[in-house]
Design a protein around this ligand. Structure first.
Ligand code: PBG
Length: 324
């Protein structure tokens, strides 16, 4: 079909035509809302580079989860910031850790929403790395045991799904084995499979107080220049028992989401990370962009690339628009 027989503009004439032929439909069902929980009571501290997001104590967190549920969003993703950090990340897996308490309380007060927990150690280690340090670098295999124990402690607290994000080799297998041995064979794993060493996590590190105290994460997170390697990473996680695979960040890696869509038939999640959120919010605050349209366009592009699930700080705002 060529011009002038084919005129694509015919079907763009008005919104009814456009609605009829729209290929990608963003839905509230696709969204997951990330939240940050801190110890204490009546604490709600704004996160500087993530306007509208807060570090919250459990009392405020529960209200926020309730609001999220009322907006029709099916799931929240929890990050914990402990009272004390140490070399061993003890706060990550103790029964009374911040995440374990938060999950129990949410399950009690707001039962009908999925609670997903991020399984990583960077918020809990004094050095801010995602695992145990040996000889100046993160040691893979000792970290696996700690990640597995952490995931099991989350499941025990009532988490509906665990999401390992430490980028250790073999982490999905170690967690699957730990969960199965503890009787949680029905708890799914959403694996941060292709997670890049990205500067777009900047605002998050302030939110989670998890910036590495020395070095960077390049020995475990992926090189932004690599695409084929993402496919190998995902393959490993699928073989190790991941139920959902994730690409992170989302917008600078839409090609990776698309490739994952074409090569794997598991549900695909994409993490629209803190820096992607901050860019749009900042430009909107300056009056340089229409923030609402930029948000919807960005989220739609992530879905169009092939994501089934979008983890995003925009979840509540997008749900309000989608629900209209
Ligand atoms: C933990 C973790 C990070 C993010 C999610 N889980 C930070 C990091 O790897 O440094 C980033 C999320 C965001 O930027 O929104 N490892």
């Amino acid at each position: 079909m060529n011009f002038p027989d084919y005129r694509p503009r015919r079907l763009r004439k008005n919104e009814n035509f456009r609605r009829m032929i729209r290929e990608t439909k963003l839905s509230v069902d696709d969204l997951v809302y990330p939240l940050f929980v801190v110890p204490g009571k009546d604490r709600k501290k704004p996160i500087n580079a993530m306007p509208g997001n807060f570090q919250m104590s459990i009392d405020h967190l529960v209200k926020e989860v309730q609001k999220t549920k009322e907006l029709g969003i099916p799931a929240v993703l929890l990050f914990g910031i402990p009272d004390k950090k140490d070399e061993l990340a003890s706060g990550a897996f103790t029964r009374d850790g911040i995440i374990q308490q938060a999950v129990r309380r949410i399950k009690d007060k707001v039962p009908d929403i999925l609670v997903i927990t991020d399984v990583c150690l960077c918020e809990y280690t004094s050095h801010g790395h995602c695992g145990m340090i040996e000889k100046g670098d993160v040691d893979n295999d000792t970290t696996l045991e700690v990640l597995s124990e952490t995931a099991v402690s989350h499941a025990k607290a009532g988490a509906d799904m665990v999401a390992p994000s430490a980028m250790m080799d073999g982490q999905v297998a170690a967690i699957r084995e730990g969960l199965d041995e503890a009787g949680y064979e029905n708890t799914p794993i959403m694996a941060y499979s292709a997670k890049y060493a990205s500067c777009f996590y900047g605002p998050f590190r302030e939110a989670a107080e998890s910036a590495p105290q020395f070095g960077d994460r390049k020995t475990y997170q992926m090189d932004p220049a690599n695409g084929d390697e993402a496919i190998r990473e995902i393959q490993l996680d699928v073989a190790e028992g991941a139920d959902i695979i994730m690409v992170k960040p989302a917008l600078p890696y839409l090609d990776i989401i698309r490739r994952a869509r074409e090569e794997f038939d598991l549900p695909i999640a994409a993490y629209n990370v803190s820096g992607e959120f901050a860019m749009i919010r900042a430009a909107a605050q300056l009056g340089w962009l229409d923030g609402e349209r930029a948000m919807m366009e960005a989220l739609t592009s992530i879905k169009r690339a092939g994501a089934d699930i979008i983890l995003t700080y925009f979840a509540q705002d997008a749900a309000r628009i989608l629900g209209k």
